[in-house]
Design a protein around this ligand. Structure first.
Ligand SMILES: NC(=O)c1ccc[n+]([C@@H]2O[C@H](COP(=O)([O-])OP(=O)(O)OC[C@H]3O[C@@H](n4cnc5c(N)ncnc54)[C@H](OP(=O)(O)O)[C@@H]3O)[C@@H](O)[C@H]2O)c1
Length: 321
């Protein structure tokens, strides 16, 4: 066998294994690799991470994953009782690595933009530093494209995009002016932020927009770390609060008994992505993970589009396949 033939066989083998990993893993290959062989979460011990939307679901799970390694936390959301429960869980998970004052509860409505600066001041007065902002608060959507009222488009963008951009700008200014340009902005985007799914047009557009804002930030300020974490279907209560097509509407459905990645695993993977300062990562059970890879390749997207009706796509995203 010639050297070139050997090289060809190795290359084919590499791609076969790589594509098999898309099927077997519950996240992109690079994230899985980092979770095994990358920077350990314990290197973040003592850092201060501010998580919005920390009262439930992915934010809650991320907080517990970080607390386990002694990361100091700011927990923000509107429901204070839930935040207190998350704080207690974080302290229990930390097993002595954190004291009560290391997990700050900071009640906050993301939509009150005029209070964002005061919230950052509270964080800095308390900890005298901030290392990472995790923009996780957000709401999803279920609605037919043709029936979405324009006010819903506006309201969803206000929460999932503009409030996030506004808070991030304030924090980035702090990183640039008072932190020597060092700092880390992370956000919970969605696979819907690079691969459109049916019946969530505004949500898909909002997560695409959020990604674009963060890519642009990274291009302008290269010393900053920017992490876009894009989950597929996760077992949280997010469908209860999801927007519909009508102003003020909420879907009000449970995700119980649907095939979804657990919030705990999602939070753990998100923590790995942050500790390793990864730029874009995603997670989801089969076939979501493999489909996310295909979505990043225009030719594969076209081929997949021939076989997938909107009903099939919807069943996959609702964990019914
Ligand atoms: N679950 C999934 O399948 C999935 C998939 C991809 C992406 N995501 C994204 O993951 C993020 C978290 O969602 P989740 O699944 O964990 O759902 P969740 O359990 O409903 O969490 C949403 C969080 O956002 C907070 N929030 C909502 N409106 C807010 C506001 N006006 N001000 C402050 N906080 C607000 C909620 O807290 P309060 O109600 O206490 O304020 C809650 O903590 C969202 O950005 C979502 O788009 C979820």
């Amino acid at each position: 066998m010639s050297f070139l033939e050997l090289l060809f066989i190795l290359l084919v083998l590499y791609y076969v294994v790589y594509v098999l990993l898309w099927v077997v893993l519950d996240c992109n290959v690079a994230l899985w690799y980092k979770s095994r062989f990358g920077t350990s979460l314990s290197t973040m011990r003592g850092q201060v991470v501010w998580i919005t939307g920390a009262s439930s679901g992915i934010g809650h799970a991320l907080a517990v994953s970080l607390a386990r390694h002694g990361v100091r936390l700011v927990l923000s959301a509107r429901r204070v009782e839930q935040l207190e429960q998350v704080q207690a869980e974080c302290l229990a998970a930390a097993r002595g690595l954190l004291a009560q004052r290391d997990v700050l509860i900071l009640p906050m409505d993301m939509l009150q933009l005029d209070k964002h600066q005061a919230h950052l001041n509270t964080v800095l007065n308390h900890f005298e530093r901030l290392d990472v902002l995790v923009n996780n608060a957000g709401r999803s959507q279920r609605a037919n494209w043709t029936e979405i009222e324009i006010q819903v488009d506006r309201d969803l963008f206000e929460l999932d995009v503009f409030s996030v951009v506004h808070l991030s700008r304030i924090v980035v200014r702090y990183f640039l002016e008072q932190n020597g340009g060092r700092g880390h902005i992370a956000a919970t985007s969605s696979i819907a932020g690079f691969s459109p799914v049916p019946f969530s047009a505004t949500y898909c557009a909002a997560k695409h927009a959020l990604n674009a804002y963060l890519y642009a930030l990274k291009v302008e300020h290269r010393k900053l770390d920017v992490t876009i974490f894009a989950p597929g279907p996760i077992a949280t209560d997010f469908l209860l609060e999801a927007f519909t097509g009508s102003e003020g509407g909420k879907v009000g459905l449970s995700t119980v008994n649907q095939k979804r990645l657990t919030a705990e695993r999602c939070g753990e993977l998100f923590a790995v992505a942050i500790a390793n300062k990864m730029d874009l990562t995603w997670c989801g059970l089969f076939p979501v993970n493999a489909m996310a890879y295909c979505a990043r390749n225009p030719t594969l997207t076209k081929i997949l589009g021939q076989f997938m009706t909107e009903k099939t796509l919807n069943k996959i995203r609702e964990g019914k396949l």
